[in-house]
Design a binder for this molecule. Structure first.
Ligand code: HEC
Ligand code: HEC
Length: 315
């Protein structure tokens, strides 16, 4: 009898506390949208269904999101999400960065980093289907076609090739801000893959050193062995009237050097990038590697490498 009464008291107190905390509610400001992405309706529909609840000022919360303490977590996510990407303030992004942002969105969505998995669990209607991803992909492809080169770009590319002696590079090239030295030998490494970046019209070749190629042949790619090194070289992509694709102006070359101990602080990889014909080291200070690591984060279960073994597994 007595025990029963104690339990009732405890439950009563909990119930009152639960009702009480309902009055402690975070404020989620929803100022009017100043500018949304200027994209076709099907693209907008995908973003609305999967992303707008966090990345916009047009938030539609489910009833169970609005109960404290759930609402506290939701409000936190929304605050953090808007900081990095807010579709309702799209016009605050410079034009050239808008497509780059959408490309990043496609990446995050393709590798199932976004929408946040715990959110999808509770909101199954926000799950992206393959068709949704195809919608995003198709749209970014058309953006790419409109970025096709003009004669100026072709002239720049030709002038550059005439002037640049690839065999001379490697001399007098300053190291990256994190101390990593330029690796001119990347040009002799084996090509592993080529990719296109749809939003900014570049093509890239990814090459790997001997250690990387041996690891691919032997299937030891996750994790990659120490010493494995990749280069990714990017050029403008030029398409002539017959549809042939060639490399245009050289943009940059970047490296990932595996050394699980030396580079433990940056996920086991040394990151470095040199830009333009002058091969200027990229980054104001060594914190530039955070940019690399963050964008490669969706591949954390693949040792942070995007390219392989997808493309070489059948070799
Ligand atoms: C439940 C809330 C939520 C939803 C829904 C959501 N996101 Fe996010 N997103 C976040 C949060 C929180 C962050 C900041 C995370 C961080 O970096 O810790 C974020 C970060 C991002 C970033 C920046 C990543 C980076 O690290 O630079 C991109 C891009 C992004 N989201 C795209 C999307 C896209 C595209 C969708 C829809 C397909 C989407 N998100 C849906 C919460 C959400
Ligand atoms: C905006 C996102 C993003 C950022 C930032 C980024 N990468 Fe990548 N990186 C990619 C993607 C996507 C690939 C896959 C190949 C492709 O699509 O070109 C890739 C591929 C690579 C590769 C080839 C190996 C692989 O993972 O496939 C190297 C090397 C590389 N990146 C180096 C760097 C370095 C160094 C930095 C920082 C200076 C950096 N990346 C920053 C997205 C990014």
């Amino acid at each position: 009898m007595k025990r029963n009464r104690t339990w009732k008291t405890v439950l009563g107190i909990l119930l009152i506390a639960f009702i009480g905390i309902q009055f402690i509610r975070p404020h989620i400001p929803n100022p009017p949208a100043t500018g949304r992405p200027d994209v076709p309706a099907d693209v907008e529909a995908v973003l609305r269904k999967a992303c707008y609840d966090c990345h916009s000022n047009e938030v539609h919360l489910a009833w169970f999101d609005q109960i404290s303490p759930a609402i506290w977590l939701v409000a936190n996510d929304i605050r953090d999400a808007r900081k990095v990407l807010n579709f309702s303030a799209w016009d605050s992004l410079p034009k050239d960065q808008q497509n780059a942002k959408l490309f990043e969105c496609l990446n995050q969505a393709t590798f199932k980093e976004m929408p946040l998995p715990q959110y999808v669990m509770l909101h199954p209607s926000a799950r992206l289907t393959n068709e949704d991803l195809a919608v995003l992909n198709r749209y970014l492809s058309t953006q790419f076609i409109s970025a096709r080169p003009d004669s100026h770009k072709v002239a720049v590319a030709n002038a550059q090739y005439a002037a640049w002696q690839p065999s001379e590079t490697g001399k007098n090239i300053p190291p990256a801000p994190n101390g990593i030295a330029f690796l001119p030998e990347y040009k002799n490494w084996e090509p592993i893959s080529t990719t296109q970046r749809l939003d900014n019209g570049t093509m890239r070749i990814i090459t790997g050193n001997d250690v990387a190629v041996k690891a691919i042949r032997e299937g030891h790619t996750n994790p990659w062995p120490d010493g494995a090194t990749f280069a990714k070289i990017a050029w403008d992509e030029l398409v002539d009237s017959a549809g042939n694709i060639t490399t245009g102006e050289f943009k940059q070359v970047e490296f990932m050097i595996k050394d699980s101990r030396k580079y433990a602080a940056t996920k086991g990889w040394g990151w470095a990038r040199w830009k333009g014909m002058q091969l200027k080291p990229y980054g104001k200070n060594e914190l530039f590697t955070m940019e690399c690591v963050n964008c490669h984060q969706p591949m954390k279960d693949n040792d942070f490498v995007f390219t392989t073994p997808l493309q070489l597994s059948n070799k």
